[in-house]
Design a protein around this ligand. Sequence first.
Ligand code: DGL
Length: 281
Amino acid sequence: MNDRPIGIFDSGIGGLTVVRSVMDRLPGERIIYLGDGARGPYGPRDIDEVSRFAHEIIEYLLGFGVKLIVIACNSATAAALEQAQRRYDIPVVGVIMPGVRAALRRSKRLQIGVIGTNVTISSGSYERAIKKLDPRATVYSQACPEFVEFVERGEVTGDHISEMALGYLDPMLEAGIDTLIMGCTHYPLLAPLLAQVAGPGVELISSAEETAAEVDTILDRLGWLAEGDRPGSMMFLTTGDVDEGRRLGRMFLGPEVREVIPITFDEHPAPDFLDAEGEAS
Ligand code: DGL
């Protein structure tokens, strides 16, 4: 058993879809979530820059004594996961592999579509991961750069976004995909729309649930799951605007988002759930 918190981060608020799944699956865990609202979205940025941001955030979260890190952002996973797994001596989990495994489990014809931000799609990370696990699979990738803005405005239905979705998905639907990976943490909020556009023959994969399952498996194997009657908790830190974090946080996670704490990378607010000796510096 290990009572230290889990650190989860994203370029903003999309990673809260992963937090939701981790909280549902592991309700006794303490979670520190960091949204890099000041520098997100990462999707349009250069991959080396995203990697640098991700390492800065991981170093910061390590200052809270976290036992595991989840890079709850596809763009940051594509940019930094492999290096982070080599560099740090705690488990670092990304969102790409869990989604890929689920897609390969569920796809019947191995015709797999992937949608994501520019940086995720142009990194080729999904394609490499899918081919590594099953070289027989055919992968169709499409960047959907405008989706993030729509989701953040709360515009997840309506003619405009439906037409846009159809434009993005049409080539892969024509090609005959049977599985579609939502390779961006914002996209689970578009799941009803994407399911409608893709039709009943296409299985939608959300990496959030699969990532939570992977966190469970790793912590269980290490004997590090939080145990006991104490309920879990979630602390939401942001480098960006607090009101915006709260508004979008409630949309992505739910009413559990109460306080949003502004941070800079020079200091660690003391989480009330860490003991008095203070693992937070
Ligand atoms: N969270 C990001 C991702 O999953 C989407 C938002 C962004 O572009 O940073 O790729």
